[in-house]
Design a binder for this molecule. Structure first.
Ligand code: ATP
Ligand code: MG
Length: 555
């Protein structure tokens, strides 16, 4: 990829930041990426990571990694570690600024006391159901809680005792005292603290039985870290007045600004963590890093490069309107990156043996590793009496326009000679066992006298071939918007999203390729070595085909 391709496109958030720097509102910007450690990161998170870290990078600011860990029941350290690994893999560095919202639990508690003292928060004893009934609806105002007008002293005493563990789960909450008649439901005395006994938090252990809500924690954490621009997805637009209320009413050292942008939605996949959790938990895929998953761990195992994902995130841009991005856009980003970077190799995925009747000695063929990049050098490929070609490159009854091998016809072997099919050897059931062919030994690097041979196919020497497993991946869902219109998204799972081919024959230069190494298998696509691979049993994953042929069948 060129530098120009990696240079960021402008967007409304960049313009806000430019104005804030120009006016002197900020000398240096600070952003943060705030994942909740309740799942692995997906391509939608990549959009947020590239945006937050990218802005900090291009404006000389800083970006923090902060775990939003206020809901310990669904969170764990496996998710914390995977998130750190994925952010690093994408190419970003939080330096020494790794934070947890739970780092601020003591301060958050202190700010809650401040709110109580200002008459801006109260301990409420309505249960969840009653609270819902009091909240009102979009068209009707809510009703004040009977506990709304307790004295400051009583509230302070009850809140202290909530912390001390005197009350059971659900019996009391701390609520902001804002406005039960507000047209914005988020401002109708939202809950700031809940009681949760018996959970062991991955950071704070059993120190707390009182947990702050996301809406209270997030703005204050931002303010404590000196975040200048707090970027979040559009569904938080209606929460912004509460965000502003929180930072306005407690003595935090800064006043961050929340700005919303549209989340990434991608065709042929799902992005909600609940669905991804279920896909893993119900065994529809083999894990969070299954190459069919839209997780960064899955995309990495699929062979996606960090550069291609960053480039994709730049291309989709940042706006305020919700949209659905075509999968083809992600696929073209990786295809372009790998076209430039991946060395070429020959691999026969569905082997058919061809005996070259007039060849007796082995030979070495010289082949370039990249047709457009001489710096990638050359390799030698052994050639001998028996080779494999792909079954689909031979047709006894060729359809019109078929340019590859047919009985009595000629084809060029890539990096080698022109051959002619002389005989089709079959078993009693009529299945093709092998082909016999003759080699025109005068055709190395040149056309045969007086004839034009149009087809070029790849091949591998049988004696030298490395046998491998190849996993062909396709889109996880057969429809662009799984689950649309109330359908169960599971019903749209594409049963052919994984096809496993065994006994594939690879050219020997692929022997010993290591996990994560990427290649173009000529005429097939881009492949990566899977972590399951061993020297005895190499395993390659299809990253993406050479062209956008999805839904058009193989050619
Ligand atoms: P959930 O679906 O469980 O609410 P989430 O997708 O919001 O979770 P978080 O861990 O809270 O997950 O997300 C971390 C950050 O990534 C948030 O700032 C969130 O706005 C952003 N983010 C999440 N999904 C997307 C998406 N599809 N596109 C862009 N940003 C996203
Ligand atoms: Mg979230």
């Amino acid at each position: 990829m060129t530098d120009a391709a990696e240079s960021p496109r402008t967007n409304f958030i960049r313009q806000i930041i430019e104005a804030d720097l120009a006016s002197g509102k900020h000398d240096r910007i600070a952003t943060r990426f705030p994942p909740e450690p309740n799942g692995y990161l997906h391509i939608g998170h990549a959009k947020s990571i590239v945006l937050n870290f990218g802005l900090a990078q291009s404006f000389g600011g800083i970006c923090n990694l902060r775990f939003d860990d206020t809901n310990p029941i669904k969170e764990n350290m496996e998710f914390v570690e995977s998130i750190k690994e994925d952010v690093r893999w994408l190419g970003f560095d939080w330096e020494d600024r790794l934070y947890f919202a739970s780092d601020y639990f003591e301060q958050l508690y202190g700010f809650a006391v401040e709110l109580i003292e200002k008459g801006l928060a109260y301990v409420c004893e309505l249960n969840a159901e009653e609270m819902r009934a009091y909240r009102g609806t979009l068209t009707e105002p809510g009703k004040d809680s009977p506990y709304r007008d307790r004295s400051v002293e009583e509230n302070l005493d009850l809140f202290k005792r909530m912390r001390a563990g005197e009350f059971p789960d659900g019996s009391r909450t701390l609520r902001a005292r804002i406005d039960m008649a507000s047209p914005n439901i988020n401002l109708r005395d939202p809950v700031l603290y809940r009681i949760k006994h018996g959970v062991v938090h991955h950071q704070t252990g059993s120190a707390w039985c009182l947990y702050p809500t996301y809406d209270y924690t997030h703005p204050i954490s931002d303010a404590l870290e000196g975040i200048t621009h707090s970027l979040c997805t559009l569904e938080f637009e209606d929460h912004r007045p509460l965000y502003d209320w929180c930072v306005a009413n407690v003595s935090v050292p800064s006043k961050p600004r929340q700005i919303e942008f549209s989340r990434l939605n991608l065709e042929y996949t799902v992005m909600s963590k609940r669905r991804l959790t279920d896909l893993v938990g119900e065994g529809h895929v083999q894990g969070w890093d299954d190459p069919r998953m839209p997780t960064l761990a899955g995309l990495r195992r699929r062979g996606y490069t960090p550069a291609s994902i960053r480039e994709f995130c730049e291309r989709i841009g940042v706006t305020k309107s919700d949209n659905l991005v075509e999968m083809a856009l992600l696929e073209s980003a990786i295809r372009e990156d790998l076209d430039a970077k991946a060395p070429r190799r020959m691999a026969v995925l569905r082997p058919l043996k061809v005996v070259l009747t007039n060849v007796s000695e082995n030979q070495q063929m010289e082949a370039s590793n990249h047709p457009k990049d001489a710096a990638m050098g050359t390799r030698s490929i052994p050639f001998g009496r028996e080779i494999y070609i792909d079954r689909t490159d031979f047709e006894e009854q060729p359809p019109k326009g078929f340019k590859r091998l047919i009985p009595g016809g000629e084809v060029r072997l890539r990096n080698a000679y022109v051959i002619r099919c002389e005989e089709v050897v079959k078993n009693e059931a009529g299945e093709i066992l092998e082909l016999r062919a003759s080699v025109d030994l005068d055709t190395l690097g040149k056309n045969p006298e007086g004839r034009k041979v149009k087809g070029v196919i790849h091949w591998v020497s049988a004696e030298h071939a490395v046998s491998a497993e190849v996993r062909l991946y396709d889109r996880l869902f057969g429809v662009a918007t799984p689950g649309a219109g109330g359908a169960d998204y599971r019903e749209a799972i594409n049963p052919d999203a994984l096809r496993v081919l065994t006994g594939c024959m690879l050219e020997p230069a692929l022997r010993g390729a290591e996990t994560g190494e990427r290649f173009q298998f000529e005429r097939e696509g881009y492949f990566v070595v899977d972590p399951d691979s061993t020297s005895e049993h190499p395993v390659f994953n299809l990253t993406v085909g050479l062209r956008d042929t999805w839904g058009k069948g193989r050619s």
